[in-house]
Structure formats: C-alpha cells, structure tokens
Write a protein that binds this ligand. Structure first.
Ligand code: PRP
Ligand code: URA
Length: 209
C-alpha cells in the first residue's frame, strides 16, 4: 500500500487558505498555485538520493552533495496541472515535461483521455505527476495507466487537495505510487467536487467560468 504525505509547512498552508477562498481572483489564484507548487517541489524531492562530490571553491576543496539516481520528469494532467509546472521547474529546471490530457465527463464523472506525450526515456526517470485536485481519482488512475503503459515506473502523485475517495482509488489501482498533498479534505459532494476544496481548479486558473 502506498503512503500519503501531507505537507503541513506553514507557508504552504497559508497560501492554500488564500487559494481556497472564493473571493481570490484568477490572477492571484494562478500566482499562488505557482508558488505553492514551488514549495511542494522542495518537499516532494526530499527523499531523492544524493551522492558525494568534491568541488574546488576559490578557497579550497569542499565535500558537497549532488542529486544522483535517475533524472526527473514532471507530468501535468491537462489542463489544471499546467498551473503547477512553472513552480516545479523553478526548483527542478532540468526536469523534462510530459503532458497527459484527461478530463472528467461532467455527467458520468469518468475520465476521458485525449492526449499523451511523454519524454522518450520515461522509463529511466523519477516521475512527478501533477494535478491540483484528486477527487474520485479517475483522472489520476487513468494518467498513471498511461505512464505505466509507456514504461514509466517510479511515479509520485502530487496534488494540492485530495479527497479520501481519490486517495483510496489511486492506492487500490496503483499501490506503488505515493501521494503528496497540501491538504486532505473531508469528502466529495453529489457533483463529485471536493468538500470544502477550492471549486473547479481549471476554471479558476484559466478564468473560464
Ligand atoms: C479536474 C482536475 C482533475 C480532475 C479530478 O479536471 O484538475 O484532473 O478534475 O477529478 P477526478 O479525481 O474525479 O478525476 P477537469 O476534468 O475539470 O478538467 P480540466 O483540468 O480540463 O478543467
Ligand atoms: N475537479 C476540480 O477542479 N475540483 C474538484 O473539486 C473536483 C474535481
């Protein structure tokens, strides 16, 4: 069974409280999702491997550490996951970026897949899958299926807010994928929205409603 990590850093929690607020406008919402993703990048990479390396400073030799292990790929689920990409890249500038297009049918709540383009060497990379919302889990489970079908193995899922239903669905379908969130909320409502959540992440990011 995979693990769920909740990032309770005060900066992350502070920013999330403004993101959730219905009075936060599109511009501020986008900026805060970006900043929060950057802070979460720091946390989600915390256990990645380092190796010792000797560096010559202008003064003397120094024993330092560099990240080792595999290279990183970040993969946003379109479209709301796009809001998390720049923040991640600010801390992990050499990461490659894949894209997976999945939207949730508003009637059935089932995921509809429409796009997938991943780095060619995806099987060699540490993969961080991005989506602000984990609701029923249908979109995330479908996206992870896509990645695994193309050889991706070492996958982490990072969300701003997750519902217990989504966590359960991902853990059941993909017990090897750990989940990293800023908050775990109470439940879903009858429309499949996370309660209390933040509303529709894609619409709030891109101003489409
Ligand atoms: C939202 C969100 C997730 C999905 C979560 O996307 O960004 O991808 O819903 O719901 P689930 O866990 O029940 O699958 P949406 O389908 O609204 O598409 P969008 O990003 O294009 O707005
Ligand atoms: N998608 C969203 O954008 N918000 C939710 O609460 C659930 C799914």
């Amino acid at each position: 069974m995979s693990e769920v990590f909740v990032f309770d850093h005060p900066l992350i929690q502070h920013k999330l409280s403004i993101i959730r607020d219905k009075n936060t406008g599109c511009k501020e919402f986008r900026e805060l999702v970006d900043e929060t993703s950057m802070l979460m990048a720091y946390e989600v990479t915390k256990d990645m491997l380092t190796e010792p390396i000797e560096i010559e400073t202008p003064v003397a030799k120094a024993n330092c550490y560099r990240m080792s292990g595999s290279k990183i790929a970040i993969i946003p689920i379109l479209r709301a996951g796009l809001g998390m990409v720049d923040g991640m890249l600010r801390l992990i500038p050499n990461a490659k970026v894949g894209h997976i297009g999945v939207y949730r049918d508003p009637e059935t709540l089932k995921p509809v897949e429409y796009y997938c383009k991943l780095p060619q060497d995806i099987e060699e990379r540490d993969i961080i899958l991005l989506d602000p919302m984990l609701a029923t889990g249908g979109s995330a489970v479908a996206a992870i299926n896509f990645i695994k079908a193309r050889g991706g193995r070492n996958i982490r899922l990072m969300n701003l807010i997750a519902a217990p239903e989504g966590i359960k669905a991902v853990q059941a379908a993909h017990p090897d994928v750990n989940i990293y969130v800023a908050a775990q909320d109470a439940c879903l409502n009858e429309h499949g929205y996370i309660v209390p959540g933040l509303g529709d992440a894609g619409d709030r990011l891109f101003g489409t409603k």
